[in-house]
Design a protein around this ligand. Structure first.
Ligand code: PLP
Length: 278
């Protein structure tokens, strides 16, 4: 069965001249599908379409994405819907074509629920030696070129470590290889500043909006890697997992604390059932 729609047509091939392939000239989204529903689809489309506008990629109407994504997801109990939007095909050379027609790819991929233990006990995290480059022109966007994350994720194998943290060359921690990072300090939520690099995660937005709503103090900050040892609680988020507490980085253990637990309860309340009952 073909689970991809390319510009609305079933298929699994793109042109070798597509700029998404040749230059990573495009954006993507990875959306949790649960019981036929696309979780936070609106937030994903906000990021995708705002990103397209910022990069001057001509995007189709929002409703087209909604219709195609819904069609692909409707019979899936548990999976991942991927959307890729590229600037389209072009001649050799970086210069964007004057009349580019974007390429739109949507695919439904099977998924397996993460182990409950990760939600209950938390995950072990490491610091990656691959640094994340500052790129203010694309900071916050989920752009296609993810080579730094690929290199960082290749730094370890096995199941003991679940996630790796990425920092800038001058020592500021930004994110995980596939997640956003949160710290709890003296009862307040802190998350790294993404003004110059990192992805402005959908789940990060969900958490910050909820924190605001429940009156939990939060702030965005430049976070020195060394300062993580002073955090009271740590957790990572993304659209597919929801939230995982961090229980250890190297020899520093962290409790799965009250703020993390209360945010997991809030996520449960919003239908992220993975975080339930903890
Ligand atoms: C580098 C990076 N940062 C953050 C995130 C979290 O983004 P979201 O919450 O939109 O899934 C991801 C998700 O894959 C990621 O790869």
């Amino acid at each position: 069965m073909n689970n991809w729609l390319i510009d609305g047509v079933a298929g699994d091939r793109i042109a070798v001249t597509d700029r998404g392939f040749t230059y990573g000239d495009g954006l993507f989204e990875t959306i949790a599908v649960r019981e036929g529903q696309l979780r936070f689809l609106d937030y994903h489309l906000d990021r995708l379409l705002n990103g397209a506008e910022q990069l001057n990629i001509s995007a189709p109407e929002r409703n087209l994405f909604v219709a195609e994504a819904g069609e692909l997801a409707k019979n899936s109990d548990y999976g991942t819907l991927k959307i890729i939007l590229t600037r389209g095909t072009g001649q050799r050379g970086y210069s964007p074509p004057d009349q580019a027609t974007s390429s739109r790819l949507l695919g439904l991929l099977p998924g397996v629920a993460p182990a409950r233990k990760k939600y209950i006990d938390g995950i072990v995290v490491r610091h990656c030696s691959t640094s994340i480059g500052r790129s203010p022109a694309t900071a916050g966007l989920k752009t296609l070129g993810r080579l730094e994350q690929v290199l960082a994720r290749a730094e370890w194998k096995g199941e003991t470590i679940t996630e790796g943290l990425m920092s800038t060359a001058d020592g500021y921690v930004i994110c995980g290889t596939m997640s956003n990072l949160f710290l709890v300090r003296h009862g307040a939520l802190v998350t790294p500043n993404l003004a110059t690099c990192g992805i402005n995660g959908v789940m990060r937005r969900v958490i910050l909006e909820r924190a605001e709503r429940i009156g939990l103090q939060w702030r965005v900050e430049d976070v020195l890697r060394e300062s993580l040892t002073d955090a009271d609680e740590l957790f990572v988020t993304n659209s597919l997992i929801g939230l995982w507490p961090v229980c250890r980085i190297a020899d520093r253990a962290y409790p799965v604390g009250a703020v993390t637990r209360s945010l997991m309860a809030e996520l449960t309340d919003m239908g992220i059932s993975e975080c339930a009952g903890l």
